[in-house]
Ligand binder design. Sequence first.
Ligand code: PMV
Length: 327
Amino acid sequence: MSEYTATALARANIALAKYWGKSDVALNLPAVPSISITLEPMRTETTVRFAASLQQDALVLNGKPADEKALKRASKVLDQVRAIAKLDLKARVESANNFPTASGLASSASGFAALVAASWSAAGMARDNERWSALSRQASASAARSIYGGFVELPKGIPGDATLSAKPIAPPAHWDVRIVVAVANEGAKDVGSTEGMTLSERTSPYYRAWVDCSDALAAEVRAGILARDLVKVGEAMEQSTLAMHACMMASRPGLIYLQPATLAALATVKRLRKEGVQVYATMDAGPHVKALCHADDAERVAKALADTQLVLRTLTAHPGPDLEIRK
Ligand code: PMV
């Protein structure tokens, strides 16, 4: 047979304890532990087809041929899978997201997780969550977390440890929370996370302080998840988020991902809290605000955020399942 194909369905994830900074750039190991929720229904579906008829790798993203940079990153993943599978065929990759790409909505996380799992499966190898997670992590550390459903931790990496993978903390049914995303704009971000992290490490006077506070914040988030304590998780998540953004902003030149819509949405979250709703906010390397709340409050939170000036729209997600393969 000269054609092998498989499809993977991965969900985006949102970090409650944030990752920013690398302890080993070559192996792409995080300098801090991070903890996330896997988000349903924010999905990437990726089909990989290895075929003897292909002269080179090709990548189609959301229906359009991807640029050189994206193709190179995908080929790097494919090369690793081909080396493990001892497969010498080029691949055609088709990948589509049902949420905005590359704007701080974690499309690289679900994208790389789906690419690793689809290419691995297309190459005829059996499911291996740990290896999928470690391979995904090398492409984009947050992607390591999208292999698993529910609540997931990626420990910080010890330089040289190529095997670091994420680990599930609790399954999706453990805690019925919601993440309401307030979409602030639909464009791609200016400075990607790898470039941004390197800049912060090199130039931000707050980088050390950020790394130093990350273990305690992750421990608080982990304990809060296990105890289903939204206030505990929410307070630690907001501090982790704002400490990360303070570190980003103090880089040279400053990395400012937050926009007017972000601050407006944050004010709405604060007002809702004053009104007695347990709701907390987080932002990644982009302007969107993601609000964590109980399932019963999600409608009220979504309405308040949708009615906030400059917020374009909202989408609501809940803890999603493990990555799925469709042969
Ligand atoms: O995995 P990367 O390189 O896309 O970095 C993700 C960094 C943040 O989204 C800002 C935080 C996180 O933990 O997801």
